[in-house]
Design a protein around this ligand. Structure first.
Ligand SMILES: Cc1ncc(COP(=O)(O)O)c(C=O)c1O
Length: 485
């Protein structure tokens, strides 16, 4: 099958980074005009009254009243009852265009019927889990390997978080080296070590509550796109036992929020090879969304290990896995292995038949429908539309996309630089502005990821995108500069 990639063009990452730097650090904030925002909040209260009642009750039993990090949930979370194609419906039947896409796994659109029907058959036959080998484990491993040549062996796990954790463990076990280097600001799940330097480059252990410093002894970060800084770390580590692995999100940290220069991954590969250090691609978001052979196919760079999540279970639960070079992957071999080098992994629900079959049928369906390409076209159309809106209303906001992964930076709270003296005062304010945008968009029937990221799917036809753009237009029309900052 011909490899096609959903990324129709590679936006100039230097230009984007400069625009983002200016937006977050030099320009005043913009917010929705106060009278208009108050109208939105009143409407929110009325339109979603049943969600509000449920959210109030949830506060009594669930910490903070909500268990999902990806939506802003301001002023209160919306209770969703139904998901289908491009749309979500709340408990009162309100319809929303779904640009959250559960954080990325549903390239086919929500609740895709042909996959669901296959899974119902499997549940009927063996239920969701047995703890024993099932043929779909093999079918999924073969399918992943057929699309992604670097995956000689594949092991299913239950989340992206534990798969990243497993990958660095395998890297250390295989290489007998200790240091792991990541890009500052990248998200590789929430395991102890990976929380290091999360979200904002340079943060190191600053935001890692509940994790002892010692945990980070062998964790290092380098600034996005700074190949010289990576080279320096790798060189310095040589005298200290060496670097086990460099782990990167191939589009750039936070799914390309700070996009890589096009040749970044190839340069990292070169440095890793030189230092006998493993290269780990975290393709939790990108695999089967950017293309069937992942971001590594798009960049034509071969990692030693690849981390999977999200699409690997087609939007169904227990989505994770690691694949890669045979001799490294063999450290994951199950059962008692005597003194052989090992990387212990496990999980009651890992590799269950339901998740494996879900991944298998979803990837097959992506193959058959070219879903990633359709989702990518939708992302292009939406991004173009957003750029036009920002121009129309003379707003300094930045929209760019890599296929179906779209970024829409307005308050740009997470893009403030640590060296910016205003950061402590402004991060909260900028976040508030973004929360308000999230609430206004929700009233307009649009759900995004934290008001700044948008995932599109095959279900996002031109009509859906155009309808969404009308909603975005109604909100952005009323943005104005905040006077007193
Ligand atoms: C790049 C990346 N790696 C790892 C993870 C963690 O995956 P999970 O949420 O399945 O634990 C995520 C989740 O969003 C991610 O975006």
């Amino acid at each position: 099958m011909k490899n096609e990639y959903a990324i129709s063009h590679w936006p100039d990452s230097k230009e984007i980074m400069e625009k983002l730097r200016v937006l977050a650090n030099e320009l005043p904030m913009y917010q929705i005009r106060r009278d208009r925002m108050n109208e939105y909040l009143e409407k929110y209260d009325k339109k979603f009254a049943k969600s509000k009642a449920l959210a109030e009750k949830a506060k009594r039993k669930i910490p903070g009243g909500v268990q999902h990090n990806l939506a802003f949930n301001y002023p209160f979370p919306i209770a969703i009852a139904k998901a289908e194609g491009a749309y979500l419906y709340d408990i009162e039947g309100n319809e929303f265009i779904d640009f959250l896409q559960a954080g990325g796994p549903t390239v086919l659109g929500s609740n895709y019927k042909p996959v669901k029907e296959k899974l119902i058959e499997i549940i009927e036959e063996c239920g969701p889990v047995t703890g024993l080998f099932h043929e779909y484990e093999l079918k999924l491993a073969e399918l992943v390997s057929s699309h992604i040549p670097s995956v000689e062996l594949f092991r299913s796990l239950a989340s992206g978080t534990e798969s990243c954790m497993a990958a660095i463990r395998a890297a250390r076990s295989f290489t007998d080296k200790k240091f792991i280097i990541k890009v500052g600001g990248a998200y590789h799940g929430w395991s102890d070590q990976m929380v290091f330097a999360m979200r904002i480059p340079g943060l190191g252990s600053f935001d890692s509550h509940g994790i002892p410093e010692g945990c980070y002894t062998y964790m290092q970060e380098f600034p996005p796109n700074d190949i010289d800084a990576l080279k320096k770390l790798l060189d310095e580590n040589e005298a200290k036992g060496g670097t086990a692995a460099v782990i990167v999100e191939p589009l750039g940290p936070e799914s390309g929020t700070r996009p890589v220069h096009f040749d970044f991954n190839a340069k990292v590969r070169e440095l890793c090879t030189k230092h006998n250090t493993l290269l780990i691609f975290d393709e939790v978001v990108t695999a089967f969304r950017v293309g069937l052979s992942g971001a590594q196919g798009f960049f034509n760079v071969k990692p030693d290990l690849t981390v999977f999540g999200k699409c690997i279970a087609g939007g169904y639960p227990a989505a994770g896995g690691v694949g890669g070079r045979k001799e490294i992957m063999e450290t994951f071999t199950a059962g008692i292995q005597g003194l052989k080098k090992r990387a212990m992994v496990g999980g009651t629900l890992s590799a269950n038949p339901l998740s494996c079959a879900a991944g298998y049928y979803a990837i097959k369906a992506i193959e058959e429908t070219n879903a990633h390409m359709k989702a990518g076209n939708a992302g292009d159309r939406l991004t173009r539309g957003l750029q036009e809106i920002f121009k129309r209303y003379d707003l300094p906001f930045v929209a760019f996309n890599h296929g179906s992964i779209c970024h829409m930076e307005t308050g740009a709270a997470m893009l403030m630089e640590l060296s910016n003296p205003k950061i402590f005062d402004q991060v909260g304010k900028r976040r508030k502005v973004m929360e308000e945008l999230g609430a206004a968009l929700t009233v307009e029937g649009i759900i995004t990821l934290a008001g700044s990221r948008i995932y599109t799917s095959m279900a996002d036809t031109n009509d859906v995108i155009d309808k969404a753009l009308e909603g975005f237009d109604r909100v952005f029309k009323y943005f104005e500069q905040v006077k007193e900052n």
